[in-house]
Design a binder for this molecule. Structure first.
Ligand code: GLC
Length: 610
C-alpha cells in the first residue's frame, strides 16, 4: 500500500506540475500537443515504475470466460480482456457491464492499477449482443459509397459497444479482396483501394471520435496486411503480389488509418513473400511503425504468438498478444525468459508497453475506467435502426429490371419464396450473435418478409421452400443466397459447403417459379458476388442485397419504390466460375477477365418521383 501511495503521490505531483504548466500555456492552440505531451510524460512516469512481469502482463490479452479464473487478472497482471464466441455475460446489457466492471476493478486493484482494454469484434454493429442494431456488412456499405453514412454507423456501433461494457472494437476490416473465394470477402468494403481507404478512415473517425469520450471506443484496423489478396482467396494463405502493388493497393488503407490516429492495428494470418505477417519486421516495425510513424499499438490475431514464431513476432513489432485458448502462461513465461536472457530486448518490451499505455491514457481509462450505464437504454433505439434501414436502402444494387420494379402495392397477390425471406439470421451473415452467424431471427430485427407485409396491400403468400407453386400470383419474389459463415469456414475451397453459384436448392426454387410463367424478382443475400448469369436470364428483376443486417424493411421500401436504388457495385461481378481459374477473381485492374458487371455498375428507377 505504501508503494502505491508513493506512486500515486509521485504521479499526482508530476501531473499537477504538468497540468499547471499546461494550464498556463493553454492560452494558445498548443493545448492538444500539451495534452499529448502530458500523456507521454505520464506514460514514461508509469513505465519507469513497472516490473518486467507487469510489462509482460500489459502485453497479454485473454478471453473473459475460459482463459482466466477468478484472481488471474491480479496475479497475471493482464492488460486486456476480450469477448469472442463463447459464454456471454448474460442476456441483459446490465449483466455485460457488470461483468466487465468486475474485471476492471480487479485490474485496478493491482499495485499500479492499470485499467484493462476490453475488446470485441463489433464489425457491423455490436453484433455479439442479441438486441443490438445490426448494420449491413461492409460489402454493402461499400456499395453505398457513402463515407458520411459509414462514419455515423461507426458512431452508433461505438456507443452500443460501450453500452455493453467495451472500450475497444476489432474493426474496421481494411482488406482489399481479390477473390470471392475468400471466406471474409464481405467483411471488406471494396476491391477499389481508394474507396476502401475512404470508408476505413470514416469508420475509424466514427468509432473513436474524441477517444476519451464515454460513447467512443478504440478502433482496430485489420488485418495488416494482405489478408484479402491471398492466392486463391485462402484465408490465412499466401499473399504473393509484388511489393509495389502491396504498397499501392494493400497498405494504402493503413496510411489512412495511421493519419486517423487509429488506436490499434491487428496483424494478419497470411504470409507475405514466405514470412508470416505476424513475424514480418520489415512491415510491422520498419514500415508501419518507423516509416509510416504509427504510434498506436499492434495486436496479434488469434494465438498469434504460439502460431507464428513466438518471440519473433514480438521482435517484429507486435505489442499485445491475443494469448487465448490456453496460450497465456506459455506466452508470459517464454517471453519473460527471453527478456531475462537478452533474446528479446527490454527496449522492445518498453516500446510495446509504452504504446499500450499511450492508448489507455488517450482513452481516458485512468480517469474513467467504467462504462456509463445510461448508454444501455440506447441499444437498438429507433434512431439507430432508422439509420441502419437507410444503410440497407443505399446498399442495394439493381442488376436487372425489365420494368417489373418498382412493385405495385395494389397488386392482388404476391408470393414470397425462400427461407432467407423470413429469417434475420440468414439476412445478416457471419459475426451475428455468433462467430459463424445464426440461422434464426434475433431480438429487435425485421425480416424482409415482414417488411414487405407492412407495405403491401394485397394478398401475401409465403412459400418458404417453393413447394406450393402458387400459380395464380401476380408476381413471385424469390429471396435466395448464402448461409452465414465466417473466416476460413467461408472459403470456397472445395471442402466447405459454399459454392460460387447459388445452391442447387435455390436454383430449383427459380426453375419452379419460372415454369409457372409468372414475373419473378430475385433478391440475392450473399457475402460476395455469386455467379448468377443463368438466374439473371430467368428473372425479370434482380437485386444484390448483400448481408443487410437487422432492418429488412429497407429492402422492401426500395422494391416498392418508396426509395430509389442508389447502390453501385464495389466489386467486379463474375460471369462464370471459370473467371476464378487463376489466383484471383475478376478485378477492375485485370483486363484478362471481362466481368458480367463492372465495378460501379448499378441501375435505378427512371422517372423516379418521391
Ligand atoms: C479472429 C479474426 C479476427 C478477430 C479475432 C478475435 O481469428 O481473425 O478478425 O478480431 O480473431 O475474434
Amino acid at each position: 500500500m505504501l508503494r502505491w501511495l508513493k506512486y500515486t503521490s509521485l504521479v499526482l505531483i508530476l501531473s499537477t506540475t504538468f497540468s499547471f504548466h499546461s494550464f498556463r500555456l493553454c492560452e494558445n492552440s498548443q493545448l492538444i500537443s500539451h495534452l499529448e505531451d502530458n500523456i507521454e510524460f505520464r506514460v514514461d512516469s508509469l513505465l519507469s515504475l513497472m516490473t518486467l512481469q507487469e510489462k509482460i502482463g500489459q502485453m497479454s490479452q485473454v478471453r473473459h470466460f475460459d482463459d482466466i479464473k477468478e484472481g488471474d487478472i491480479k496475479t497475471k497482471l493482464i492488460g486486456s480482456i476480450i469477448h469472442t464466441e463463447g459464454p456471454t455475460p448474460g442476456k441483459s446489457a446490465e449483466q455485460w457491464q457488470q461483468k466487465f466492471i468486475q474485471l476492471q476493478k480487479e485490474a485496478l486493484s493491482t499495485r499500479l492499477g492499470i485499467p484493462l482494454l476490453i475488446g470485441v469484434d463489433a464489425v457491423h454493429g455490436q453484433n455479439t449482443f442479441n438486441g443490438a442494431t445490426i448494420f449491413p456488412h461492409n460489402i454493402g456499405l461499400g456499395a453505398t459509397g457513402n463515407a458520411n453514412l459509414v462514419k455515423k454507423i461507426a458512431e452508433i456501433t461505438a456507443l452500443e459497444a460501450q453500452a455493453c461494457g467495451f472500450n475497444w472494437v476489432f474493426s474496421p476490416c481494411a482488406a482489399v479482396p481479390y477473390n470471392e473465394r475468400w471466406g471474409r470477402f464481405y467483411e471488406a468494403y471494396s476491391e477499389n483501394s481508394e474507396l476502401t481507404t475512404q470508408l476505413t478512415q470514416a469508420s475509424i473517425l466514427g468509432l473513436q471520435g474524441r477517444l476519451d469520450q464515454e460513447n467512443t471506443v478504440m478502433a482496430c484496423a485489420k488485418h495488416f496486411f494482405g489478408d484479402g489478396a491471398t492466392d486463391y482467396g485462402d484465408e490465412g494463405g499466401i499473399t504473393s503480389v509484388s511489393r509495389k502493388e502491396a504498397y499501392q493497393r494493400l497498405i494504402t488503407p493503413y496510411k489512412a488509418a495511421v493519419n486517423a490516429k487509429c488506436g490499434s492495428i491487428m496483424a494478419s494470418f497470411n504470409s507475405y513473400h514466405s514470412i508470416s505477417m505476424h513475424a514480418h519486421k520489415d512491415y510491422i516495425l520498419d514500415t508501419l511503425k518507423l516509416a509510416m510513424q504509427y504510434d498506436g499499438m499492434v495486436v496479434s490475431d488469434w494465438r498469434g504468438y504460439s502460431r507464428f514464431g513466438g518471440d519473433s513476432i514480438i521482435q517484429a513489432g507486435i505489442d499485445m498478444v491475443m494469448a487465448v485458448n490456453g496460450g497465456l502462461d506459455s506466452f508470459q513465461n517464454t517471453l519473460r525468459k527471453s527478456v531475462e536472457s537478452g533474446v528479446v530486448s527490454m527496449e522492445r518490451i518498453d516500446d510495446a508497453v509504452r504504446r499500450i499505455l499511450r492508448q489507455k491514457f488517450r482513452l481516458g481509462l485512468f480517469e474513467n475506467p467504467f462504462p456509463n450505464k445510461d448508454l444501455i437504454a440506447q441499444i437498438g433505439r429507433k434512431e439507430h435502426r432508422d439509420l441502419a434501414r437507410r444503410a440497407v436502402r443505399e446498399s442495394l444494387v439493381l442488376l436487372k429490371n425489365d420494368g417489373v420494379l418498382p412493385l405495385d402495392k395494389e397488386l392482388s397477390k404476391i408470393v414470397i419464396v425462400g427461407e432467407h425471406a423470413n429469417n434475420t439470421g440468414l439476412q445478416s451473415g457471419g459475426w451475428t450473435i455468433h462467430w459463424q452467424g445464426t440461422d434464426t431471427s434475433y431480438f429487435g430485427s425485421t425480416t424482409i418478409l415482414q417488411g414487405i407485409d407492412s407495405l403491401f396491400k394485397g394478398e401475401l403468400v409465403y412459400d418458404s421452400l417453393a413447394t406450393m407453386r402458387v400459380s395464380d400470383a401476380d408476381l413471385a419474389i424469390l429471396i435466395v443466397g448464402e448461409k452465414p459463415y465466417a473466416e476460413f469456414l467461408g472459403d470456397i475451397d472445395g471442402v466447405n459447403e459454399h459454392t460460387l453459384t447459388l445452391s442447387s436448392e435455390h436454383r430449383a426454387y427459380l426453375r419452379a417459379y419460372k415454369d409457372l410463367e409468372i414475373p419473378m424478382v430475385v433478391v440475392l443475400l450473399s457475402g460476395r458476388p455469386l455467379v448468377v448469369t443463368e438466374e439473371l436470364e430467368q428473372s425479370n428483376g434482380f437485386v444484390a442485397a448483400w448481408l443487410p443486417g437487422s432492418e429488412g424493411l429497407g429492402v422492401a421500401e426500395v422494391l416498392f419504390g418508396d426509395y430509389n436504388f442508389t447502390g453501385k457495385l464495389a466489386h467486379s461481378w463474375a460471369k462464370s466460375v471459370t473467371d476464378f481459374d487463376g489466383l484471383y477473381g475478376p478485378n477492375y485492374w485485370d483486363s484478362n477477365i471481362t466481368p458480367l458487371f463492372p465495378i460501379g455498375y448499378g441501375l435505378s428507377y427512371t422517372n423516379f418521383e418521391r
